[in-house]
Write a protein that binds this ligand. Structure first.
Ligand SMILES: Nc1ncnc2c1ncn2[C@@H]1O[C@H](COP(=O)(O)OP(=O)(O)O)[C@@H](O)[C@H]1O
Ligand code: SF4
Ligand SMILES: [Mg+2]
Length: 334
């Protein structure tokens, strides 16, 4: 995937071999880190402009860490990040307020992201005060615009989070994220804490806001139906690695990495060989990101694994336009 150039039609954000390792300390007394959790390991990915990239994968596969590292909420261990073609990896020489106003995040649980002591309108004003040089009138106007955009009333804006429903609180979190007029919004499981009836409204709202404000979304979800509804691109993570990336329709209709095939198990699989092999359920547990399997990390569980799989890391290869798969034997799933 190319990352050069800062043309306005290039990708919004690109990572090159981005890694985040968390040190595990031996004990409270020993300060020397001995081992690492390889939460994100050499992920190269592009987020296109004004589109939604869904990141899917089991719990612990590194989705949240990837997102937080991409937007520099946590610093990477190695690798590079480009925003609109400019490298931002080590914010040096950057206007970091300008960068942060452009990259916002909505978390799964609004109760942990919204300070219960503040009124709704002050919660929405907070990033505006911190990141933009606006006068009080401009802040108030922007708060009102954001409230209206997410469907909250003036009367609700003077309440505190505890006085709102779960869905209303998530609307506040979204209003906060869009208030600075960002280019990228990361949505980390934005609807999974909500009732099913509220989820559908929230997905519609997210689509509407994307159109109004020309937002690029990075949508983290374990719900394939949500990814199907909202996303243009799907990226599949497995223990810190990106194993498949491509247009949502292609990946859902014809997943090619054996792990993606099992993840999207409800997808009809036309190839009878693949279907039968995958009937033998995927063996074993998700491997640990502390000591991941050699070669292809999926090899202990993969029905197609051969000797080479435990020896060589499969690179992400383009198998059709825009569709990338990291598997030595991708032909077997064709
Ligand atoms: N702050 C942290 N310190 C140590 N390990 C972490 C930290 N955050 C996440 N991890 C570990 O990194 C891996 C990826 O976690 P995470 O990015 O939260 O995955 P996901 O969002 O896909 O569930 C997991 O093994 C998790 O335990
Ligand atoms: S590289 Fe080997 S182990 Fe990994 S997914 Fe492909 S066939 Fe399975
Ligand atoms: Mg997560």
């Amino acid at each position: 995937m190319e990352h050069e150039g800062s043309t306005s039609d290039g990708p919004l954000l690109t990572t090159v071999e981005l890694s985040k390792y968390y040190p595990i300390r031996r004990s409270f007394l020993s300060r020397s880190p001995v081992r690492f959790v390889r939460a994100v390991d050499k992920v190269s990915i592009e987020l296109p402009r004004k589109k939604t990239t869904a990141v899917v994968g089991e719990s612990g596969s590194g989705k949240t860490t990837l997102a937080m590292t991409m937007i520099l909420a946590i610093l990477p261990t190695s690798g590079k990040i480009f925003f609109e073609g400019r490298e931002i990896t080590s914010k040096k020489g950057q206007n970091s307020k300008e960068l942060y106003r452009n990259m916002q995040m909505v978390f799964q649980d609004p109760d942990s992201s919204l300070d219960p002591r503040f009124r709704i309108k002050d919660l929405i004003a907070e990033p505006l005060r911190g990141l933009l040089h606006l006068n009080e009138q401009a802040i108030s106007d922007q708060v009102n615009e954001s409230l209206e955009a997410v469907g909250l009333s003036q009367e609700q804006s003077v309440r505190r989070p505890a006085q709102l429903s779960g869905g209303q609180k998530q609307r506040v979190a979204i209003a906060r994220a869009i208030a600075t007029k960002p280019k990228l919004v990361v949505l980390d499981e934005p609807t999974s804490a909500l009732d099913a009836s509220v989820q559908a409204q929230m997905l519609k709202l997210l689509l509407k806001l994307q159109n109004t404000y020309e937002l690029s979304y990075m949508l983290i979800t374990h719900n394939i139906a949500v990814a199907h509804y909202l996303s243009d691109i799907i990226a599949v993570m497995y223990t810190g690695n990106l194993v498949e990336y491509g247009p949502t329709k292609t990946v859902l209709r014809k997943p090619r990495h054996p792990y993606t095939i099992t993840l999207i198990s409800s997808t009809p699989i036309p190839n009878p060989l693949v279907r039968n092999l995958l009937k033998t359920e995927i063996r074993g547990e998700v491997p640990s990101a502390i000591n991941p399997p050699s070669g292809c990390r999926f090899h202990p569980r993969c029905p197609f694994a051969e000797k080479r799989c435990s020896e060589e890391v499969p690179p992400l290869r383009e198998i059709s336009p825009g569709h990338y798969v990291a598997c030595h034997f991708v032909d077997k799933t064709g």
